[in-house]
Write a protein that binds this ligand. Structure first.
Ligand code: XMP
Length: 319
């Protein structure tokens, strides 16, 4: 922590020198990197920082609330929440092609972010949570899979378009340093150790068309998966885990009646770099607890299956 404290002091000095008395906008996603950037900037420049959080309605359970609590109540940043939930849902209506969904979500994000950003007067800088590995990957192969993935996280050509200068206070750091910094800056452990989450969020885990009802089902099931992994002490060892709502109904029984309901698939992987991954051998008891809880408490689900595919040839996500 002594090392990390020094690193924080260094970054803070750097930010202050670059920024002077100008206003900085930081986009919050709910994830680790943007949260650490915001916490660092808040420490460095206090109320010269404005944060923008676009609530796309596609986040995991509790994430949107946590952004408000952390950056509105705990760190009292000038937090602008853009409630774009219905904007995203409307734009996604009738769309079931995965790449099309990604495109729409990217477009709507930029649209919402821009709207919010222009309402903040006199902003000169835009802060982004680029890490050292992102810098290397996109330098080595700007069109490679890593760059394609990352392009969903950042705001594309937005800085230039809005006349912002970009600042990337984490660009010399690795993920473990960023996490340590987050803890040192006072961010909660569960946020700092959160599994990665795709920019398009639950939309690519809700196979086929995305609807408000499906999102409710998926979010509830996903929260159970995560909760059971935490209770079993496996959350950190599993590097990414989640629920997927399959576009499959199947027959079940309840009392003397027949049901015809949705299927939840549980996905858990171990991986170092997310380019390759092995399915995680979750203990049967843990799988059993997840299945029982999902089926008993998530309405409209009567079946839970476990994905035992590795990457390649499967991908981590289903879409
Ligand atoms: P795949 O499914 O390609 O995922 O094995 C590898 C890692 O990337 C994440 N992922 C995404 N992240 N936008 C993102 O920001 C995306 O469109 C996207 N697709 C996949 C995935 O969650 C995993 O960590």
């Amino acid at each position: 922590t002594w090392e990390i404290g020094r690193l924080i002091d260094q970054e803070i000095a750097g930010v202050r020198e670059t920024v002077g008395d100008a206003r900085v906008i930081c986009g919050l996603s709910g994830g680790v990197d943007s949260s650490v950037v915001a916490a660092l900037l808040y420490q460095a420049i206090g109320d010269q920082l404005s944060c923008i959080f676009v609530d796309n309605g596609l986040l995991r359970e509790g994430e949107a609330e946590q952004v408000r609590t952390e950056f509105g109540d705990h760190f009292k940043t000038d937090l602008h929440v853009c409630d774009a939930r219905s904007q995203f849902l409307n734009a996604l209506a009738g769309v079931s092609d995965p790449q099309q969904k990604r495109k729409i979500i990217g477009r709507e994000f930029i649209d919402a972010f821009k709207r919010e950003a222009v309402s903040i007067p006199n902003a000169r800088f835009l802060a982004q949570g680029t890490l050292y590995p992102d810098v290397i990957e996109s330098g080595a192969n700007p069109d490679g899979p890593a760059a394609t993935i990352k392009s969903h996280h950042n705001v594309g050509g937005l800085p230039e378009e809005l006349g912002f200068e970009l600042i990337e206070p984490l660009r010399n750091l690795f993920k473990d340093e960023v996490r340590a910094m987050g803890v040192e800056l006072g961010l909660p452990e569960d946020l700092v150790w959160r599994h990665p989450f795709p920019g398009p969020g639950l939309a690519v885990r809700c196979l086929g068309e995305v609807t408000a009802e499906k999102l409710v089902t998926l979010r509830a099931a996903d929260a159970i998966v995560i909760d059971e992994l935490r209770k079993a002490g496996l959350y950190r060892d599993v590097r990414q885990a989640f629920a997927v709502l399959l576009p499959v109904q199947s027959v079940g029984v309840m009392g003397d009646g027949r049901t015809y309901e949705d299927t939840i698939c549980v996905r858990a992987v171990k991986t170092d770099d997310y380019m390759t991954a092995d399915w995680y051998p979750l203990p049967h008891e843990v799988l059993g607890r997840i299945a029982t809880r999902v089926i008993n408490s998530v309405r409209g689900v009567n079946r839970v299956v476990y994905d035992v595919s590795s990457k390649p040839p499967a991908t981590i996500e289903w879409e």
